[in-house]
Each structure stands twice: as structure tokens, then as C-alpha cells.
Design a protein around this ligand. Structure first.
Ligand code: AMP
Ligand code: TRP
Length: 333
């Protein structure tokens, strides 16, 4: 055991990972790994809140693990695992469901957005999904949860549930903090820079995938929607350009001001092609490593099995405490 603070985060294997997932979450995870004890999960239970093709889900779950490792997360020092392998997640989620208020769940933006069109056909799992997310986090006595901007509200709920349980029973859970990076916590779509880049968008040109060819990435960035002002400025009036500056800044580490200065007299053509080149440079080693890892399924299996074993020990300990406090008769075997 060590006294490092704990991180938990995860990605749903419901689609291929985008540049938004990478810059908003996974890049930060890799940067935080030395300072924290980290649990990086593939949250497959979350994915099935909407229907998934079983074969695709299996394939994608493994690919996402390979992308975590390819992005630089070291499997020897971090715990990476499949959520469905550690049954304590579903078990704690039930208890937390029972202290979650319908009113609060109904106010979740992600739910409201989906419910607007077809509430009657949404799964009950989709509705209560934030309680499962809270269970993920609270099982590991997590201090910090690095996520993109869109998950802040769910994190608030996790904090609320931790505090509610602690005050109803007695101190049990660490109340987690959210971590979002100053730049890149909301990468916008390339075709629609007013909504976030998402793997579920119908238009493939709206997003860059971590795993695709350099050529595809370059084409998509060059085709991205900008404006006719012809100035590289980090301004809300120019959402397309602002988004490209954000991407370039997060990838190179240059400040948005430095980027504005550098491209003061440049046209959008040159700017876009530099952004594409920088993104491809960043993703190149990840893409190469990913290909190698996918050839070694035994290794990937070893990583997720060992991960589940480590996670299970910690998660069980918390769940045992919770069950006892709630009043369930302890199992003696
Ligand atoms: P998801 O793909 O919804 O499972 O999201 C996984 C992680 O990526 C979460 O931490 C999200 O907040 C983050 N994320 C997803 N899309 C974006 C985006 N467009 N910009 C920044 N972060 C994102
Ligand atoms: N709900 C998150 C998303 O859609 C994924 C997620 C599930 C998660 N459990 C988590 C993120 C726990 C951080 C911590 O992006």
C-alpha cells in the first residue's frame, strides 16, 4: 500500500474513441499517473444503457484498453479493467439507486437531452446511470476524477450521494473532486463547432478518431467549418477557429495567445494544415503502438485480468462496509 491519492475514471465502449475523448480525458490520465494511484476502467455496464451489438462491444472494449496503454498509461503501475468483471459496481449502484431522488436524476442534462425526443423509449438503466457512475467512483475511495466538461454534473451527483450516505449512516465514502483541464475539456465538432465532438455523431467528418489514418485526420481538419473573418483569434464569435486553436494548444502546449501571435498574418489554409500535422504527430506513436498491442491479445488479457483482481480487492472492502452499515446480515464465507 502507498499513501498516494486515488484517481478513478472511465470511458464507455459505445463507439470508437475521438480526439475529444483523448484531449478531454485520456491525455490527462496519462499525465496524472505518476502522482496518483489510478483506476482506469472500461465502463461496459454503462455502454449497454443503449443497445450494443454484442460482438462489436467485445471488440471495442479490448480496443479501448489497447488505446489506454498506447496513450502511455503504464499497466504495471495502474489498474485497468473491465467494469463488468468487478460485480461490486452493480451491487453498490443498487444501494445508491435507493438513495437517489428521481427529481435529481431527471435534472441531469444528458438525460434531459435524450428524453426530449423519446423519454418513453429510454431504458431505465439510462435514467439511473449517474448512480452507477457514482458507484464506480465511490468504491475506490476516489479523491479525484479527471473527465471532460460534460461529466461535471454527474460528478456533482456522485459527491451528493457520498455526502448523503455518510450523513444517513456514518462516514464511509471519500467525497471526490472533479478534475478538468483548463484547455481542452470540451472539444467541439469539426462540422458543428457549437456542439461537442461526439463519437455518436452521424457525420463522420465531425470527429477525428484516435485510430484512423493520418490522411483521414488531415482531410477532416482541412474540411472543418470556420468563418469568413480570416483571422486566427481565440474568440467566441469564431467557434470553429477557437476550437482548432484549443486543439493545437492542448497538443503542443503553446498558449492560445502564442498561437494567435504566430498565425497573425497567416491564412486559414496554412493554420489548418499545421493543426492537422500537429494532431497527427501526437497520435502517430499511439496509432503505431495500438497496432502492435492488438496483435498481442494474450498480453491485453493479462492486463485486464490482473486489473480486475486488484480492483476487486479494494471494491469488495468498500462494499462490505456499505452492506454492513445499511443493515444487511454479514456473510460469514
Ligand atoms: P464517453 O465517450 O462519453 O464515455 O466519455 C469519456 C470521457 O471523455 C469523459 O471524461 C468525457 O467527459 C470525455 N469527453 C467526451 N467527449 C469529449 C469532448 N468532445 N471534449 C472533451 N472531453 C470529452
Ligand atoms: N459517464 C461517463 C461518460 O459518459 C463515463 C463514466 C462512467 C465515468 N463511470 C465513470 C467517468 C466514472 C468517470 C468516472 O463519459
Amino acid at each position: 500500500m502507498n499513501d498516494k491519492k486515488v484517481i478513478f475514471s472511465g470511458v464507455k465502449p459505445s463507439g470508437d474513441l475521438t480526439l475529444g475523448n483523448y484531449l478531454g480525458a485520456i491525455k490527462n490520465w496519462a499525465e496524472l499517473q505518476d502522482e496518483y494511484e489510478c483506476y482506469y476502467c472500461i465502463v461496459d455496464l454503462h455502454a449497454v444503457t443503449v443497445h450494443q451489438d454484442p460482438k462489436e462491444l467485445r471488440k471495442r472494449s479490448l480496443e479501448i484498453l489497447a488505446q489506454y496503454i498506447a496513450a502511455g498509461i503504464n499497466p504495471d503501475d495502474n489498474t485497468m479493467f473491465m467494469q463488468s468483471h468487478v460485480s461490486a459496481h452493480a451491487e453498490l449502484a443498487w444501494v445508491l439507486n435507493c438513495i437517489s431522488y428521481m427529481g435529481q436524476l431527471k435534472r441531469m442534462t444528458q438525460f434531459k437531452d435524450k428524453a426530449r425526443n423519446n423519454e418513453e423509449n429510454l431504458s431505465a438503466g439510462f435514467f439511473t446511470y449517474p448512480a452507477l457512475m457514482a458507484a464506480d467512483i465511490l468504491l475506490y475511495q476516489t479523491d479525484l476524477v479527471p473527465v471532460g466538461d460534460d461529466q461535471k454534473q454527474h460528478l456533482e451527483l456522485a459527491r451528493d450521494l457520498a455526502e448523503r450516505f455518510n450523513s444517513k449512516y456514518s462516514d464511509t465514502f471519500v467525497v471526490p473532486d472533479v478534475y478538468t483541464s483548463k484547455i481542452g475539456s470540451r472539444i467541439m465538432g469539426l462540422q458543428n463547432p457549437n456542439s461537442k465532438m461526439s463519437k455518436s455523431d452521424d457525420n463522420k467528418n465531425d470527429y477525428v478518431l484516435i485510430i484512423e489514418s493520418d490522411n483521414e485526420t488531415e482531410k477532416k481538419i482541412k474540411k472543418s467549418i470556420t468563418d469568413s473573418l480570416n483571422q486566427v483569434k481565440f474568440s467566441d464569435e469564431q467557434p470553429g477557429i477557437k476550437n482548432l486553436i484549443t486543439i493545437l494548444s492542448k497538443v503542443t502546449g503553446d498558449s492560445t495567445q502564442d498561437i494567435e501571435n504566430k498565425y497573425e498574418n497567416a491564412g486559414y489554409g496554412k493554420f489548418k494544415s499545421d493543426v492537422a500535422e500537429a494532431v497527427n504527430e501526437e497520435l502517430k506513436p499511439i496509432r503505431q503502438r495500438f497496432e502492435e498491442l492488438m496483435k498481442n491479445k494474450d498480453y491485453l488479457e493479462q492486463v485486464y485480468l490482473e486489473g480486475a483482481e486488484r480492483a476487486e480487492t479494494v471494491a469488495r472492502k468498500t462494499l462490505r462496509k456499505v452492506y454492513k452499515k445499511v443493515g444487511f446480515i454479514p456473510r460469514k464465507f
